[in-house]
Design a protein around this ligand. Structure first.
Ligand code: VGL
Ligand code: ZN
Length: 232
């Protein structure tokens, strides 16, 4: 029987397909996207606006489509919260005071529970987000981290939620890189999760070198750092 020539397409069918997206990674069931504090107070016009903070919104909306699991966080303070400079006679925003759990940075009043400033940014569009975790609602204790309050012992319950659902790896986005995103990433590592910060889906406050310090601490703790085009 004569050897038939294989058509070119049939020969190519055995080769791996090269596409422009071949280096992007698709998040699996053991991963969750965490969207930190994308709230009106932290975006331009808000009382603690992060420079360019609203630029994260379209990036996060696009990323979220690739994640089956999405958790949103909201900074959620009492009107008389210990982290507000207004509650400390003679103090100004961005100063510090000593509180029982250590040094507390003082902020302008922000994210007061139930107010428009505490609402999620109106352009954030993630209808399939499964959990909204609020933090900082105890008057006497701040909570940058979505896992542990600033007393470093009171849990929000997020670790239990993630563990119950078999989620082992969290991808972090939102505001602000050097406070709530970094503290959440560092606590994720302490609590045994893999953690990756998506850098172009975050913006920083950058108070006296806080951004460089946060990246150094995250790197030392094994937090990975990627850009959003690595997900797809
Ligand atoms: C945050 C300062 C005070 C944040 C929250 O979301 O990074 N920063 N409260
Ligand atoms: Zn706050």
């Amino acid at each position: 029987m004569p050897v038939t020539r294989r058509p070119l397409l049939a020969a190519l069918a055995g080769l791996p397909l090269l596409t422009t997206r071949s280096r992007a990674m698709t998040p699996g069931a053991e991963t969750a996207l965490i969207v930190v504090d994308v709230q009106n107070c932290f975006t331009p016009g808000g009382s603690l606006a992060v420079p360019d903070g609203d630029a994260v919104v379209p990036v996060i909306n696009g990323l979220a489509r690739h994640f089956a699991n999405v958790v949103l966080t909201q900074d959620w303070h009492t009107p008389d919260h210990v982290s507000f400079a207004s509650q400390h006679a003679g103090q100004q925003p961005f100063g510090t005071v000593q509180v029982p759990y250590g040094t507390q940075v003082l902020w302008p009043d922000h994210c007061v529970m139930g107010t428009e400033g505490a609402a999620l940014h109106p352009a954030l569009s993630i209808p399939h987000a499964q959990l909204v975790i609020r933090k900082g609602y105890n008057r006497e204790v701040d909570s940058y981290s979505a896992f542990l309050e600033a007393d470093r012992s009171t849990k929000t319950g997020l670790d239990g939620y993630l563990n119950s659902r078999g989620i082992r790896h969290v991808y972090l986005t939102g505001l602000a890189t050097d406070f709530c995103v970094a503290w959440t990433a560092l606590d994720a590592r302490r609590l045994g999760f893999e953690a990756t910060v998506i850098e172009d889906a975050c913006r920083a406050i950058d108070l006296q070198g806080s951004l460089a310090r946060a990246w150094a601490e995250m790197e030392a703790a094994g937090v990975r750092r990627i850009r959003s085009d690595a997900i797809g």
